[in-house]
Design a protein around this ligand. Structure first.
Ligand SMILES: [Zn+2]
Length: 242
């Protein structure tokens, strides 16, 4: 039985959509192929008895220059939200702790540029309502200089604005080696200036992580000047006061 935080008004589940054959050999990155219908039914069933509004989302990977082709398995599933994310650069899953040694010897600035090139392409693809954990590339603490990050933040903000996507401020980063929100305040401020809509998320992988430190995400948004948040119903954006 799932426990819901009483302070949450809306909870959107965003399980990872299954990956193409061979990309998730240990079944640890995403739901198994063929499971999306059952997943959707479970979330809709849970929604009936939940003390808060429960919506159905799915997180879908961007793979270098194309959306995860499994997106076609969504078919008639009436998702409320498609969350876009980048976890793969080629066959390197850069945020997987078991692939940490592959950071060694890399040009960190170039890795960041390669990562954000994919994030921006994903944002413009039209497949996604919200971009997930925008600066996930910082997960293990490898980062370029602050001035490079702030220039990147401004570029990404302009691209998100023109693509019409929103982004999430996720508290998952607080539980990771980087120890800060995804994305960092430099991004939140650049997104605020550009007028990119925001939502919040805890990227809970266990019930006890649901709503984890969400107040920190809201504070980050307020400090950057946000007065509204968004969520999505049937792929339509709904704005609510922050
Ligand atoms: Zn993700």
């Amino acid at each position: 039985m799932l426990q819901y935080s009483e302070t949450l008004d809306v909870v959107t589940f965003t399980e990872h959509l299954s990956l193409p054959a061979g990309m998730d050999p240990d079944g640890e990155y995403a739901m198994p192929p063929g499971d999306v219908g059952e997943y959707a039914a479970e979330v809709r069933e849970a929604a009936k008895s939940a003390p808060t509004r429960v919506l159905l989302g799915v997180e879908v990977d961007w793979l270098d220059d194309r959306v995860n082709p499994e997106i076609t398995t969504l078919g008639d599933v009436d998702v409320d939200l498609v969350l876009g994310s980048v976890h793969f650069m080629g066959d390197w899953v850069f945020d997987d702790p078991s692939r940490l040694d592959e950071w060694e010897g890399r040009d960190i600035e170039q890795v960041w540029r390669d990562y954000f090139e994919r994030v921006v392409a994903a944002a413009h693809s039209g497949h996604f309502d919200v971009m997930a954990h925008t600066d996930l590339v910082k997960k293990f603490g490898f980062r370029p200089t602050d001035s490079i990050i702030s220039a990147l933040a401004q570029e990404v903000a302009a691209e998100f604005k023109s693509a019409g996507v929103a982004y999430e401020v996720s508290t998952a980063g607080l539980r990771k080696p980087c120890g800060e929100l995804y994305p960092s305040q430099a991004f939140v401020e650049a997104f605020a200036r550009a007028g990119v809509p925001a939502t919040t998320g805890s990227d809970a992988h266990a019930p006890e992580e649901l709503g984890y430190h969400l107040a920190d995400a809201e504070t980050a948004l307020k400090n950057a000047g946000y007065t509204e948040l968004c969520y999505h119903v049937q792929r339509e954006r709904v704005m609510v006061a922050l």
